[in-house]
Design a protein around this ligand. Sequence first.
Ligand code: HEM
Length: 429
Amino acid sequence: MPDMLESYAAWRQRREGDPFRVRIPGLGAVLFTATQEGAREVFRAPVELLEPPRPNPIEPMVGAASLILARGEQHRRERALLAPAFHRNRISVYGNTIREATRAELSGDRTGIPWLPGTRIDARAAGRALTLRVILAAVFGIDDAERRAEYTAVTTEFLESFGTTLFLLPPLRRNIFGLSGWERFSAARDRLDGLIDAEVARRRVDGGGDDLLALLLSARYEDGGVITALDLREQLRTLLVAGHETTATALVWALYRLHREPATLDRLLDELASAGSDPDPLSLMQLPYLDAVCQETLRLHPPVPIVLRRLTGDFTLRGVPLVAGDTMGISVQLLHTDPAVWPQPRRFRPERFLERRYSPFEFAPFGGGHRRCVGATLADYELRIVLATVLTGVRLRLAPHFTRFGAPLSVPHTIAVGPRAAIRFDVQP
Ligand code: HEM
């Protein structure tokens, strides 16, 4: 079922055609497109005309230097520094980390309750815990239980204290004698920054590590300069925010869809069985149906449902003239359900990705152009390895409530949009 934002955008599109305008608080009337022609124009627009929209509600979380908010030359410079750390060759070293994190979650090491027959599990909480664990291991190299517990507590408080109201209503971001949500959030951010600073100081003395932090500490800008302490903090916070909820959301939806469509689950289980009892995590990247399931999930439930660009000069989007200061965007949800491209667009049918290749202007869960998601490869690895490990480790059934009704509504949470409530499964014998 489409969520409210999607329904509203679809209604505007029906009234106006493509492109169409949608009012977004703080940004005014944004000109949206949801066709491949429009997506091509947005992603191929001259880079010097584009910057991220402002004000951006997540700025307090990630900071002004964040890759997500940087523009122009600063964006190019920061991206050139960060991108090599996310290159396929680097990311592939995390295959075992991802699988071990998943096995530990199944063993109940976080909750004290192993995923044994008769247990009811909350897939949203499990997905968030798993992706947090992976991102902490990938970014800070954390693999011992004590440090993980400390980082998990501090990061979770940081991510969760920035609630939807703070996100949407900047006037609430103020101090009220230590009692406001804003103060709780600021204190949590300070604690996280304290951990980051201590870790950076330790690394500068001891060196070592093959995680993203080690790479960033040794990386150099093209002019030979090194990243400043403040920029490093903000980029690391950015990775925690951008890499956690997005992937967690996609995992939950994949499990949900597979268990609503038993034929897709059976086909995937057959393919996983053919890969052997303990396949190398990287070999999972070669499984076509697993790949199709992940793509179909990101098509129907894109965790980041809109991609926005603010213009710094004149531009024409699908014949509509725009000027400096205007914002244009792609409704990824509508692009992914355009009936001209996707027959029976609301159906979860991974086979469509085996039958045809889709262009980056038809299928864009990671955005596109010069700002395409820098963590896309890591996210792809995580989705495939976690799903395969869960599905070969346990047999699940959706709790009865979720099979009786349509898909739960999606709501914004930090940078992503995800299911409003827990999605529960019963572990089967
Ligand atoms: C399924 C998971 C994910 C989805 C669907 C997703 C989606 C997106 C989208 C749509 C954008 C905006 C692209 C644009 O404006 O064209 C983006 C940007 C970004 N993502 Fe992801 N993302 C995911 C996972 C990750 C992970 C795991 C990381 C890092 C650990 C990450 C880090 C970033 C960063 C740093 C940016 C800003 C890039 C820039 O502006 O240059 N994302 N992501």
